[in-house]
Design a protein around this ligand. Structure first.
Ligand code: NAP
Length: 247
């Protein structure tokens, strides 16, 4: 198999379409976090590899020639595992990731390193908080049950987080700024907590917070190993073509 795409993102799906159209023998790997993953135009495998050693074994068994890490900017472990496994086997690896968000005039961002630090950044008095950090990070907020949390996730958190004063919305983007402003107004939101995922599909909440003058607690991206990184599918396709030995 020529190419392995580590997926689970919009960008990985777009890349898979281009790779399929180019007739490259490839497979997409998903962790299996979402209940109904988007259909892929390529063969798909689901589930962890079993750490670095498991990934090395898989790459060897499938005679993988190149790997593209197109996982989410916050998926740090698989990115690290891919870097180590590919380096050990001499398999070229690149990353496809979306640009991160940067503050613009009018933004009131508080930069933090983790969900735990985000809770610390919230005020000491009870506040009304819009939480868009993904369902796996919600438990960190249980230490501050005094706040009202408007929580939005794609799939329902299982088990539900221990947040006594919570309203859960299940929804998948894109979300535009007008709708986000309306949502924040209707729930009298005063704080936004989010991860710096980047991309256009979910940036509407940032524009809405700016319009409403609300502080945003922004969880910064985790460190990842340095590998050649692209923001566009076009550039990634060029890299793939350059690194796939002619067969
Ligand atoms: P992670 O912490 O980096 O990975 C945890 C473990 O999950 C990895 O060690 C690996 O297990 C397995 N894994 C992760 N991505 C995989 C993939 N594409 N294919 C096969 N196994 C994978 O990642 P995560 O934060 O749990 O994210 C999991 C997946 O969800 C990623 O594919 C990512 O693109 C997507 N996602 C993540 C976020 C987020 O905020 N973290 C948001 C949206 C989508 P083994 O060690 O057993 O191989």
């Amino acid at each position: 198999m020529a190419l392995l795409i580590l997926g689970g993102t919009t960008e990985a799906g777009l890349l898979a379409e281009r790779v399929a159209a180019a007739g490259i023998a490839a497979e997409v790997s998903l962790a299996g976090r979402t209940k109904s993953p988007a259909r892929q135009p390529l063969p798909m495998r689901i589930g962890g590899f079993g750490g670095i050693e498991g990934l090395k074994t898989w790459l060897g068994e499938h005679r993988t020639r190149v790997v593209v890490d197109a996982t989410h900017p916050f998926a740090a472990r698989i990115a690290a595992n891919a870097a180590v496994a590919c380096a050990a086997l001499g398999v070229p690896l690149c990353r496809l990731t979306r640009l991160q968000w940067s503050p613009v005039a009018g933004d009131r961002w508080i930069d933090v390193a983790s969900a735990e630090a985000a809770v610390e950044a919230l005020p000491s008095r009870p506040a009304r908080v819009f939480l868009t950090v993904g369902r796996l990070e919600l438990d960190a907020f249980a230490v501050a049950p005094k706040h009202f949390y408007l929580v939005r996730t794609i799939d329902a958190p299982e088990p539900p987080p221990a947040l006594p004063n919570m309203r859960l919305i299940l929804d998948r983007g894109p979300f535009d700024a007008d709708a986000e402003e309306k949502l924040m107004r209707s729930h009298v939101v005063r704080w936004l907590v989010t991860k710096n995922s980047g991309g256009k599909a979910t940036s509407g909440k940032l524009a809405a917070a700016r319009r409403l003058g609300l502080p945003v607690v922004m969880i910064r991206r985790p460190e990842k190993p340095e590998v050649e990184t692209f923001q566009s599918v076009d550039d990634t396709m060029t890299w793939i073509a350059a690194h796939l030995p002619a067969s």
